[in-house]
Structures are given as C-alpha cells and as structure tokens.
Ligand binder design. Structure first.
Ligand code: MTE
Ligand code: HPA
Ligand code: MOS
Length: 802
C-alpha cells in the first residue's frame, strides 16, 4: 500500500468539538487528571534521583569560587584528590571537547572556567566520589589562590561602564519625542523589578550512564533534551549521535531548565565517559540557588505623555537588565520584555530601548513569562500613575488605553492585534467581581481605618504565543500502534508538571477515537524524536499536540485506505467512532481488530508527525513583523489588605477570568492558572534575592528566600475559564497556550497593594512601589506617601499665605 497519507482523511475542523466526545474516555475537552497525579501524591513517580543506581555509580559535587571576579592564580586540589572515596576531580583541562555550553553559541558559558572566575559561587572544579557525602566533603578541601579583578555587581554600574552581554536594541512606532513634547500631561519615573529563583522542587540533576564505544545515555532533568544532547556531544568532542538524552519528567522547570541543565549534564557525562562508571550530578538546594540563573531583575525608566482621559499619547521607556556574566537567553528575554511593554494597551508613538547589562553575577535565564512579566509590570504601574495624576479610577484609564478592534490596534513591533477580547473579558470581570461596588466600599473603609488599608485592582494580560526566535516554532512526534491496538506515544515536548503529556495523549485518543488508557505516554528521548525545541514559550501543547495529531492522521489514513480496499467501500464512508471503526454499512469493527487485520495485510502502524507554526515572521533589524501566532488573554481582580505599621499584606479575594480558547483539558488548565498566579504573586510580593557587597547570594535557601506557602493562597479565590474562550487561529482544537500567561495575572496583587498604599495619601500622592512588595518595601512606600502628604500640606499652607 504505497499511498501517501496526504489529506485523505477529511479533517474535521478541530474547533467543531465544543464538548468531550460522548462515549470516549479522555478525549479532548475532558478534565482528565494529570497522568502522574496519583504517582506524585504517593511518591511512586520516578524522578531521576529515584532511578535505581547501578553498582559502581559515582556521585559528583561542584567546587565553588569564593570571589566574584578574578584570575585563578593557583589551584591546589591535592587534598581533594586524596580525600576518602574520591575517584576523580575535573578542572577545565579535563573537558575533552569544547569547554562551552552556551545556548546561543556565544561561547561564554564554560563547563568549568579556564582561568577566569566570573561570579561568586561559580563551579571551578568538580569532584566524583563513591558517595555524595564524600564528594561534598572533598570539595571543601581545595586551596585556590586568586588575583581579584574589579567586580560589577549592579545594573547601574554595568550601564555606566557600558558593559553588555548583547548589543542594545530599539523598538519604535511613530515619533515618541514630539508626541511627548505635545502631550498635555507628562510623568516620568523609575522602577526597580526584582528577580526570582525558580525553586523547582527537583533541583538540577543528570544521571549519566556510559554506553559502548564511549557513547553516553543521560537521564537529565531538562526542558531541552536536544540542546543538552548537542552541547554534551560538543563537550565530549563526539558527534550528536553518540549522546542520547532521556527525560521522563521534571519536578518543575519554570524556564530554569530551558538552558541551564547542560552544565551539570556535561560534568556527569565527562565523568561517566572518563571512568566508565555511571555518574550522577545532583545539586544541593543551596548550590542550585547560588550556581544557576534566575529571572532577570530590571531597572525601568519611563517618560509618558497622556491626555485628560488618561490616554497615553507618547512613551519613552528604557529597560536595563541584569543578565549576569554570560548571554544565555538574555537577548531573547529582553526582546520579549520589549514585546510586552504594551501589555494590553495601544501606545501610539513609542520608543523602547533595552540594555542587556553584563555583571559579575550568576547568568540569568528563562523564567515563566520570559521577560514579558517585567515589561508588563512597568506599564501597569505607569497606568496607575496616570490614574492617580488625573484622580481617575485606574480601571477607566486601563479601558481608555486598551487596543481597539479596527483602529488603535498596532503594536510597537508593527503587528496588528486581530484577536482582541479585552473589552469582553473586562465586562465579565467587572460584573463577576462587583468591582464598582467594592471600589466604593473600600474607599469608605479606608477613610475610617488609619492603620489597616485595603486596595483593589483589575489588571489585564495579553501575552504573545510563539517563540520569538521563529525557527524554534517546530515540533515532532512518533506514534506506534502495536498488534493489540495499544498505542505508544512519543513527542519532543517534556513534562515538567504542566500536564503536556496528558494533553497530547488526549489529542491522540480523540484522533483514533480510543480511550485514553489505550495510550502509553513515554519519556522524551532524543533517539525517538530528533532536533526538538525546548518545551517553552507555553507552546508545548500547541506544537507537540499538532505534531502528534499529524502522526496519528498518517496512520489513520493508512487504516482507512486499507479498510476501504478490503471491504470495497469508499474511503469517505469510513468513520472512527469511540472504540470502533464504521466501514460504511458493510462492517463495524473494533479499533484493535482493524489494527490486527492491517498488520496481517502488511500495513505500517508506525509514523512520525511534524508541525511548524504558520503565519509567523519577524525582522529583528527593523523590529517589525508578526512574531506571535496569536495572543492569550486573561484578567484578574485582586483585593488586598495592608498593615501600614508592619508593611504586611494579605490577599483577601481574587477573581480571575482567563481565556484558554477551547480548553484541551479544563482541569489541567485550572491548575496552570492557579499555580501561575501564585508563583507570580510570590515574585511580586515575598521572594527577594539579596547579594552582599562581595557578590555572594545570601538568600540561598527557603529559610531566607520566601516562596508562597499554602496559607498565602487568597482566602477567596474565584477562577473561571472564560466561557466564550476561542482562538481565531487554527491552533490544536482551537485551544490556547496556558503555561505562562496566568503568572502575569498576579500583577493585580502588586497594583492592589499600591492602591492600598495610595489611600494613605487619599490618592493624592503616587506611591513608589517597586517589586517585590515585601513588608519593608511597603513600609518605605507608605512612608513616602505620608511624607508627600506633609509636603503637600506645607505647599497648601504656603499657597494660602499662612
Ligand atoms: N507548570 C508546572 N507545573 N511546572 C513547570 O515547570 N513551567 C511553565 C509552565 N507551567 C511549568 C509549568 C513554563 S515556564 C512554561 S514555558 C510552560 O509551562 C511550558 O509548558 P507548555 O508549553 O507545555 O505549557
Ligand atoms: N520563550 C521561551 N524561550 C525562548 C523564546 C521565547 O520566546 N525564544 C527563545 N527561547
Ligand atoms: Mo518557559 S520560561 O518559556 O520555560
């Protein structure tokens, strides 16, 4: 049977399915539980550190630099080498191939530095010993002498020295300078936005198992198996086909394992190949926090012009970003911050500049939102400042600035927004949250409450879906059907808790019309699907779902052609219904029986699938194009209470309405929205990273770095998947990406805190609230507003001539 599978199956418009298919268990739209959910809870889910260790397994520990910047003058590792249990010690000299794991081939991420230390805590050597304890103890015995060099530890200093990891970049529309000059009102300001540690429950880990011929198999906790494979091949000086990377699941990635798994994979691979013994590198929590990059911290400076309605008519905005010592993904991250300067608003004449500052700190990396959140935090604060300046409700200023449908709809990167649902979402949330009434209640409460102040804020989210590096928008899949009709599913996406595997399995179940439990979800493996992109940019389900559907359709078409011939019916008369295949009015066979017959007739039951996102293009030189296939939207209304004497806050109620298009799995989507929101709230309120003057991170454990606890969950949390959710583009079953966008709904919490602080000055003084809004930051902002009131009072007295 040599027919190509072309478009033989009359592809049902995927968006037709509004509800789960009756009679099918676990097709699309069904709230199937996470395939690993019960295993997560019982502890049966196998993470890399749970894989049974073969006899002879070695354990690795890194040896860290104790300065922020300098030359290694002398490295005496003799005591390390002779410590109990030590089998080998690696330095830069032991890297057999290229000593670099930089993701964008910037050649600035050494596995181990060759002579120059770039940040405090950078691993400079690595110990392999019989036990982990022995390796860690031995690592403490190094004697290293340095010649210190000046260390740049702040964004300001890097800017002053014009020290960058990538060239500055500009994005513009119209003429911001003259628009600002013409503006009726104008405000300028500065905001500092803090970083964030990923705090995945499973830290960085790779378990390397040596194979024949010097090859190696890596069990690696990575979002990007293909990149680890290629990097490690380079490090070993071997071709890519000598390295296989497998990932069953991660205990969280959040962007922290998009590029930064390679260094640990490289060390374990070198040891495994060198010693012929399995080698495991698992970072201790403190080491993980010190040695791996985080969300980028930003300093934003802005100058905004607006009219009496609060409409922005000119904006000049500058981002200076702490990238750390190397480029990593910083260029793309800073770009995405620029792409989200607008959030939901038409900015008109605008100039956006971005400086990618190089510091002697750990190299910052992807983190849920990928720079987008930082851009959006800034514009949301700007909008609030406009509202306070004009004494208008911030919601009205937001609405006045929303993108229009037929006009005011071009972004600063010259893309037309074609799927704007902001007005609809806003109407929903204003009604469901009872915003106007609560606004009045809160104002009344605050007028009578000198210490405790309440705040309320609605903020929207519009987030661009697609990798902004266009070529990354591709995915592959592999499906086998065995003779009993059971299905083996594989694709290039990785599971980090987000529910990708179950969603893709649901897509395949729907296509074949078989129950979900007939489909085996299998570990991501570079030997099965090659040259994949990172599971990132929230596009995992969009792209791998499409690739898997493509593979399924290929096999389905073969089955259809086979059945048509065998039973002498037209192909169009063959229909897949739950569990069965209807062959015109001639026959009705079970799916498994048809599969068996096809096998006996020598029909291939295995296929690959592929997908490349259509429509996208972007010219970075001119900063224009259509980088995003579509936008994901959401909106949140948060209410908080602050104590103006302690600076503490409590989130008392949150209402969310989020657009997931037509959900592939509403249960998973709800989990993503809840988790993303809480993670965003942690970033903006309690998670504070602090380095001392020596460049040493002092918040490197949960004792000093405070992520949200269960008790920080809003008391009243109302979450709605938008009932009119839709995707104008032909995404997988018309769903929308959900991984990152909800994180930015938490900006409403930050703005609600600012709103509460503003009430200290009766809304007449603008609070200067940076992020995170820790109790200290809130106290400072409260004090600033109180001082502003006193200053205003004196001005009034002076004006009155008293
Ligand atoms: N959810 C869980 N539970 N764990 C994670 O590590 N990572 C987030 C998001 N949701 C993450 C998560 C990030 S940064 C991204 S880009 C997406 O999931 C990636 O998965 P997706 O593309 O399949 O949504
Ligand atoms: N998101 C996440 N990862 C990426 C991107 C992006 O837009 N571009 C390159 N890597
Ligand atoms: Mo997510 S930051 O794109 O891994």
């Amino acid at each position: 049977m040599s027919r190509t599978p072309s478009q033989l199956v009359d592809q049902k418009e995927p968006g037709e399915l509004m509800a789960p298919t009756p009679g099918l268990s676990g097709g699309v739209r069904s709230p199937s539980k996470h395939d690993s959910g019960p295993k997560h809870v019982t502890g049966e889910a196998v993470y890399i550190d749970d894989i049974l260790e073969p006899f002879g397994t070695l354990h690795l520990a890194p040896g860290a630099a104790t300065i922020a910047h300098g030359k290694i003058v002398k490295m005496d590792l003799s005591k390390v080498r002779s410590a109990p249990g030590v089998v080998c010690v690696l330095t830069a000299d032991d890297v057999p191939g290229v000593n670099d794991v930089s993701p964008a081939h910037t050649h600035d991420d050494p596995v181990l530095p060759d002579g120059i230390v770039q940040f405090y805590g950078q691993p400079v050597f690595c110990v392999a010993a019989e036990t982990r304890e022995q390796a860690r103890n031995a690592a403490k015995l190094a004697h290293i002498e340095y010649e210190e060099l000046p260390a740049v530890l702040s964004i300001e200093e890097a800017l002053e020295k014009q020290q960058f990891v990538a060239p500055p970049h500009v994005m513009a529309q119209g003429d911001a300078v003259s628009a600002l000059a013409r503006a009726k009102h104008r405000r300028s300001g500065k905001m500092e936005i803090g970083g964030q540690d990923h705090f995945y429950l499973e830290g960085q880990i790779t378990f390397a198992i040596p194979q024949e011929d010097g090859d190696v198999l890596l069990h690696c906790s990575t979002q990007h198996p293909s990149e680890v494979q290629h990097n490690i091949a380079n490090v070993l000086g071997r071709p890519a086909n000598a390295v296989t990377v497998e990932v069953r699941r991660m205990g969280g990635g959040f962007g922290g394992k998009e590029t930064q798994a390679s260094q640990w994979a490289a060390l374990s691979a070198i040891v495994a190949v060198k010693t012929g013994r399995p080698a495991k590198m698992r970072l201790d929590r403190d080491d993980d926090m010190v040695m791996t990059g985080k969300r980028h911290d930003f300093i934003v400076e802005y100058d905004v012009g607006f009219d009496d309605d609060g409409r922005i008519c000119g904006l000049d905005i500058q981002y200076a970003t702490n990238c750390g010592f190397s480029a990593d993904l910083s260029a793309a991250i800073c770009d995405r911050a620029m792409f989200h300067t607008d959030n939901a608003y038409y900015l008109g004449d605008v100039e956006i500049r971005s400086y990618r500052c190089k510091t002697n700190l750990v190299s910052n990396t992807a983190f849920r939102g990928f720079g987008g959140p930082q851009g959006m935090v800034a514009i949301e604060r700007i909008i609030d400042e406009i509202a306070l300046t004009l004494s208008r409700d911030p919601l009205d200023v937001r609405i006045a600035n929303y993108y229009g449908i037929n006009d005011r709809n071009t972004t600063p990167y010259h893309m037309t927004v074609e799927d704007n649902v902001l007005a609809e979402l806003t109407d929903e949330i204003v009604a469901s949250s009872d915003y106007r009434k609560r606004r009045a209640e809160i104002d009344a409460f605050n007028a009578d409450s000198p210490v405790i102040k309440r705040g309320l804020s609605i903020t929207p989210v519009k987030f661009g879906i697609s990798f902004t590096t266009s070529f990354l928008n591709q995915a592959g899949a592999l499906i086998h059907i065995y003779q009993d009709g059971s299905v083996h599913l594989n694709h290039g996406g990785t599971e980090m808790g987000q529910g990708l595997f179950i969603k893709v399995a649901q897509v395949v179940a729907e296509e074949f019309q078989i129950d979900l439990d007939r489909i085996k979800i299998t570990a991501t493996n570079t030997g099965k699907v090659p040259n994949t992109s990172a599971t990132a940019a929230s596009s995992g389900a969009d792209m791998n779902g499409m690739a898997a559907r493509d593979a399924a359709i290929t096999i389905k078409n073969r089955l259809i052609a086979f059945a048509a011939e065998k039973y002498g019916v037209a192909e169009a008369a063959i229909r897949f219904v739950p569990g069965r295949v209807m062959i015109g009015d001639v026959a009705d066979v079970e799916f498994a029986d048809l599969v068996k017959l096809a096998y006996l007739a020598r029909v291939s039951l295995s296929a690959t699938g592929y997908y490349a996102t259509p429509k996208i293009h972007y010219d970075r030189e001119t900063a224009s194009g259509r980088p995003f296939y579509y936008f994901a939207y959401g909106i949140a209304c948060s209410e908080v209470m602050i104590d103006t004497l302690t600076g503490e806050n409590k989130v008392t109620r949150v209402d969310i309405c989020h657009d997931v298009g037509r959900s592939l799995n509403p249960a998973i989507d709800r989990g993503q929205i809840e988790g993303g929101f809480i993670q965003g709230m942690g970033w903006l309120t309690s998670e504070e990273l602090w380095w001392n003057d020596a460049g040493q991170l002092r918040t490197h454990a949960p004792s000093t770095y405070k992520i949200p606890a269960c008790s920080d969950r809003p008391e009243d949390f109302r979450l709605e998947l938008w009932s009119s959710g839709r995707n104008v583009e032909k995404s997988i079953h018309r769903s929308k990406a959900v991984g990152e966008p909800p994180l930015m709904l938490a900006i409403s919490v930050h703005r609600a805190i600012a709103d509460a602080i503003a009430s200290v000055g009766n809304g007449k003084v603008i609070p200067m609230l940076d992020t995170p809004a820790t109790p200290e930051a809130v106290l400072y902002a409260v004090a600033g507003v109180a001082k502003g009131m006193i200053a205003r009072h004196h001005d009034t007295i002076a004006a009155a001539g008293e």
